[in-house]
Structure formats: C-alpha cells, structure tokens
Design a protein around this ligand. Structure first.
Ligand SMILES: Nc1ncnc2c1ncn2[C@@H]1O[C@H](COP(=O)(O)OP(=O)(O)O)[C@@H](O)[C@H]1O
Ligand SMILES: [Mg+2]
Length: 272
C-alpha cells in the first residue's frame, strides 16, 4: 500500500467544543477509500474542513503525498494547487451550487479557473464529466432547481472531480438522498474510484453505507478515533464497545431499542 494522506496528532478546539478533534491519526492509501464514521457532533466535518484547508488545525500534521497541507496556501497558484489536492462534496448541493448558473457554465468555470484556456476543449471536457457522473450532455443547460436531488449531487461530484484531485472528501454526501438514489450515487462513487484512481475519504454516520464503499474505516467518538481497521473486520467484529453499540443500533428484525438506549446511557453517560 502506498500512502497518500497521513494525518497525525490533529487537534481542534472551539469555544463551544473544547476538544472537537482530539489527537486524530488517519491514513488513506493511494486510490483507497477510508470511511470516517461517528454520530453527530463527533468531529467528522471538522476533520474534513481541516483537510480541505477551510479550517486551521490547532496542532498536528496533514500530509498529502509527502507534502504538508497545514500551512495556508499563498497566492493564486498556491490556492489552485490546494484545490487540486483535495476537493470536497457536501451533504446539500443546493447550498454549494449557484442557483443562477447552469450546470455547463458551472463546470466550465472550474476548468477555466484551473487553466483550461481553450473553449472547445473545455466543452469536450464538460460533456465527458457529465458522462462520468451519469448525466446526459443535455443537462449542461439545466439550472440546479431543474434537477432532482440525486442529479444535483452528481453535478457536485462532477465539479469536484473536474480538476482531478488526489483526494475527494465526501461529507455526508449521500445522507440527504432517498435510499434508492443513495445506492446509485454509491455505485457512481465506486466506479469513479476504479476509473480515476482518486482516493476518497467518505464521511457518514451510517455504517451500512460506509460498508458499501470503503476499504478501511475509522470511528470517531467525541473527537477521538476509538477504532480503525479494514472495514470488513471492524464491521463484522467491532472491538470497541462504542462501535459495537453503533453496529447494534442499526434497526433489524428482533431489534430492541430499549436495550440500545440503556447500553448507550451506561457507555456514554446521560448526554443529550
Ligand atoms: N465553526 C465552529 N464553531 C464552533 N463550534 C464548532 C464549529 N464547528 C464545529 N463545532 C463543534 O465541534 C464539534 C464537532 O462538530 P462537527 O465536526 O461538525 O461534527 P460532525 O460532523 O461529526 O457532526 C461540535 O460540538 C460542534 O458544535
Ligand atoms: Mg458533519
């Protein structure tokens, strides 16, 4: 395994959360897919935002292919290089897509920003990107509101992969979608990883979803990684009691919510 991303000793505090991210260590293999799992408030998005350079760590190391990503990039070239290293896809593409800009112009703009100066070449690339995410070429003329939730998320993914980043960070990227659409997007992401070799950090509170698309997984509890390993092994036989609780919390036949609630209270204390 060649290592692409290494995170070590990563910490971040906020006034409201003294240890939002507390000494986190992670690795993602070249072309690999790491799942980052944890309940709401466990620090997943804060980790993601630090990887994408949207938030500065209090301390710790983030290196991508041996280069540090902690320092704020300098100048236009530095910012573009940073964007080429790590791209993010968020839960709600409505908030990240400009409502007044067609799909084609949105993708065209990203390419232009990254130095694609030839208009016909950009056009070919836009159609290719749409095809890569399973959208017809005619969708380039659509505005975000003319698309379904799943189609909008496909556009957000196309925009993120347009510059061929080394790492794609997906923060709850399928969480707002219907289960059937979710399955389609998961298949798309697995296919993109095979075709492009772009590594993925897949953030989700949903163990079943993580099981579908990741090779390795790290579980966060209150800002700390409590278990990490091959997804198959961790989900089949979790060692940490909290991870066992997460696994047993997935509703299934014979499932006892009262038992889960009492195990939760004894493990985590009476937290809201
Ligand atoms: N910009 C911020 N300002 C203040 N507190 C924050 C900020 N971002 C996150 N937090 C706090 O850090 C903790 C972790 O949040 P977050 O990383 O969003 O968790 P998750 O994505 O796992 O739900 C929470 O207690 C949250 O309130
Ligand atoms: Mg989050």
């Amino acid at each position: 395994m060649t290592e692409l991303l290494r995170v070590a000793g990563l910490r971040k505090s906020f006034h409201s959360a003294a240890r939002a991210v507390d000494d986190v260590e992670l690795t993602v293999a070249e072309g690999g897919s790491l799942g980052l799992v944890g309940e709401s408030g466990s620090g997943k998005s804060t980790v993601a935002r630090m990887l994408a350079g949207l938030e500065r760590p209090d301390s710790g190391e983030i290196t991508l292919a041996g280069e540090s990503l902690v320092d704020r990039p300098r100048g236009r070239r530095g910012r573009l290089a940073r964007a080429k290293a790590v791209q993010m896809v968020f839960q709600d593409p409505y908030l990240s897509l400009d409502p007044a800009v067609t799909v084609g112009r949105c993708l065209d703009g990203v390419l232009r920003l990254h130095g694609w100066s030839d208009r016909p070449q950009r056009h070919v690339r836009v159609v290719e990107l749409l095809d890569q995410v399973g959208l017809e070429a005619s969708k380039q003329h659509a505005l975000p509101r003319e698309l379904s939730g799943g189609q909008r998320q496909r556009v957000a993914i196309a925009r993120a992969v347009a510059v061929q980043p080394r790492l794609l960070v997906l923060d709850e990227a399928v969480s707002a979608l219907d289960v059937s659409v979710q399955a389609q997007i998961l298949r798309l992401l697995a296919g993109l990883r095979r075709e492009t070799g772009t590594a993925q950090l897949f953030i989700s509170h949903d163990l079943a979803v993580v099981n579908e698309v990741t090779d390795t997984v790290a579980v966060l509890l209150r800002g700390r990684v409590v278990e990490q390993g091959a997804t198959r092994d961790v989900l089949r036989a979790p060692r940490h009691p909290y991870v066992r609780l997460l696994k047993d919390s997935i509703p299934r036949v014979g499932w006892d919510p009262a038992d889960i609630a009492s195990r939760r209270a004894s493990l985590l204390g009476a937290r809201p």
